[in-house]
Design a protein. Structure first.
Length: 123
């Protein structure tokens, strides 16, 4: 009986530890208020690429991937914003390196990036 209890406790612990974890970026995107943005206009091509190019790619491009992060091009930006800490960094969130370094994006630009992620990173 004691062995069964130990096995059940071990399995319960394993199930809890395997729970899907969300990235900090997902947390910011899920909390975003996108009611004032039209998601068909807030796409990579029409909106977010200009924010990323103006504020990020001088340090995070294919030719200059600071910290190994390349944000040039749709696929690279989408991957980083979906799977990494990009939103946490631009929000200057706890545990993330504040970006852009020595500056901050406007609240409007942050909202556009949050909502771009929340709405599936449309190209």
């Amino acid at each position: 009986m004691k062995q069964l209890s130990i096995i059940l406790l071990g399995l319960a612990g394993l199930a809890i530890s395997c729970k899907k974890k969300t990235t900090p970026s997902a947390n910011y995107a899920n909390a975003a208020d996108c009611s004032t943005l039209v998601d068909t206009v807030n796409t990579y091509t029409k909106s977010t690429v200009s924010i990323i190019n103006l504020n990020c790619t001088s340090c995070h491009s294919s030719s200059n991937p600071s910290a190994g992060l390349n944000l040039s091009g749709y696929a690279a930006a989408k991957s980083s914003f979906l799977n990494g800490n990009s939103l946490c960094s631009i929000h200057h969130g706890s545990g993330c390196k504040a970006m852009p370094e020595g500056a901050a994006l406007s609240s409007s630009d942050i909202q556009k990036l949050d909502c771009w992620v929340k709405n599936g990173c449309r190209q």
